[in-house]
Unconditional design. Structure first.
Length: 159
């Protein structure tokens, strides 16, 4: 169980590092693309009267735009990865909590001296761990056979 948790945590750490680097790359790409677009604007101003170089600002600006869009795509990918990572971490936390509860339950069950009651409790814990749940009334009847004290039912006190 601990090896599985360690593997899962290592995987989550690797995914987190990958998402962080993807985000950094996206920032670099978007910054570089914006700078190239600005350079295209400067080239357009500098070569405004020269018809031989009129394509240069357009090509530069388009290149900067493509790089910026690529950076945006990387940022979107990073955001999705972080959302998936958050979901996986929450699921892992739930699994760890369930494992801990089962461990606590088996510790209490081990303290029970009656072998038949211990077997019934272990069976119930195994069913719960395997996701095979039943109605609470059925579980009480199976775990605590025999006459159970009845609860006082509420009724009308007008009479």
């Amino acid at each position: 169980m601990k090896q599985r948790q360690k593997f899962h945590l290592d995987f989550l750490n690797h995914t987190l590092k990958q998402a962080e680097w993807t985000f950094r790359l996206s920032v670099w790409f978007m910054t570089g693309g914006a700078l190239i677009i600005l350079a295209g604007g400067v080239l357009a101003l500098v070569h405004a009267g020269n018809p031989d170089l009129s394509y240069l600002p357009l090509v530069t600006s388009l290149t900067g735009g493509l790089i910026t869009v690529g950076g945006g795509a990387l940022a979107l990918h990073s955001k999705r990865t972080m959302a998936n990572l958050t979901k996986a971490a929450e699921e892992n936390e739930k699994k760890i909590d369930i494992d801990h509860k089962l461990e606590v339950a088996t510790t209490f069950i081990d303290r029970v001296e009656d072998p038949e009651a211990k077997d019934r409790l272990n069976s119930a814990a195994a069913m719960k761990a395997l996701g095979m749940e039943t109605k609470p009334e059925t579980m009480v009847d199976r775990l605590l056979p025999g006459e159970q004290p009845k609860e006082i039912e509420s009724g009308d006190s007008t009479g």
